[in-house]
Write a protein that binds this ligand. Sequence first.
Ligand code: CUA
Length: 330
Amino acid sequence: MKRRKHAWRLIPLLALMVFVLAGCSGALDPSGKTGEDQLFLIKLSFFIMFGVLIVVFALLFYVLIRFAKRKNQKDIIPKQIEGNHKLEIVWTVIPFILLLILAIPTVMLTFQYGKDYTEHKDALTVNVTAHQYWWEFEYPEQGIRTAHDLVIPTDKKIAVALTSSDVIHSFWIPNLTGKMDTNPGMINKMYFDAEEEGVYKGKCAELCGPSHALMDFKVIAMSQDDFNNWVASMTAPDETVTVDSEGGASVFAAKCLSCHAIDSSQRSLGPNLDGFANRETVAGFRPNNEEWLRKWLLDPQEVKPGNEMPNVGLTDEELDQLVEFMKTLK
Ligand code: CUA
C-alpha cells in the first residue's frame, strides 16, 4: 500500500524519459554513413551496459534470495574468507575486455569524423557561423552566403568549419550527425553526409540565451544536379535596391538593407536574404508564409525574444509592400 502511494513520484521521471527519447529519435533514424556509424556506437555502448546491468542484478538477486536469513536461523555470521584468485581474475578480465570492445571503435570513429575534409576535392565545404539566434552558412568555393537553410547535395562529404560570433552554441542535425560546439574565436571541424533527399531538422544544442530553443535550422538535401541549379540561381546577378527604388524595394533599402544583404556574395550583419522566398522558414523556425512574415516584421522580439533585430516601425502600407518585395527574393 505504502509503495503504491508514492508511485506518482515516478511520473516526472517517466516524462523526462519520454522527452529524452523524443530528442534522440532523429539520432535513432539516421540517413547517411555518419549517422549510421554514430548509431552503431550508441547501440554498442547501450547493449554492453545493458548486459552488465542484467548480470549484476541477476547475481544480486540470487545472493539476496539464496543467502537470506532463514526462520529459526541463529548463526548469522557466515564463514569468513579472504581473497579468491579465480574470482578476482574473472571480474578484472571481463570488464577489461568489455572496455576494449567499447573503446576501439569509439576512438577510431571519433578520430575519423574529426578529420579535416575542408580542403578535400571530394567534399563540399561550408563555413558555419552561429549567431544569437540564427545560423549563417558560407560556401567559400561557390561564393555564397546564406542563412537558416543549409542546402547540400546527397552522397557527398559535407565538411563543416564551425565557429560562433558571440557565445557558445552547438551544431546538431540529429538524423545526420551528432553535436559539435561552436566556440567564438575557434574553428571546429567535422564532416557528415546525407543519403536521402529531404529536409532534416537542425538544432542549437547548447543553452545560449532566451531564444536558444528557437535556434533551429533546416538541412535541405538534394541531388547533385539540383544542388548545382541552386548554386546557379544563388550566384545569378541580383537586382540592386536603393531608397529610390519603387515600392517594397525602397522600403527594404530604407529599413532593412543596413543589416541584410540580398546578394548572396555579400557579407551582412543579419541573415543574408538572397533566396529568402525559397526558404523553409521565417526567422529560422516558423513556416515561411505571409502570416509569420508579417508577425516577424512587425515585432521580431515577440516572435524570437532577445534576437538582434529591432522593431523598425513599419506603417501598414510599408508592411504590405515589404512583404510583397520579400516574396520576390528568389
Ligand atoms: Cu544557440 Cu542555443
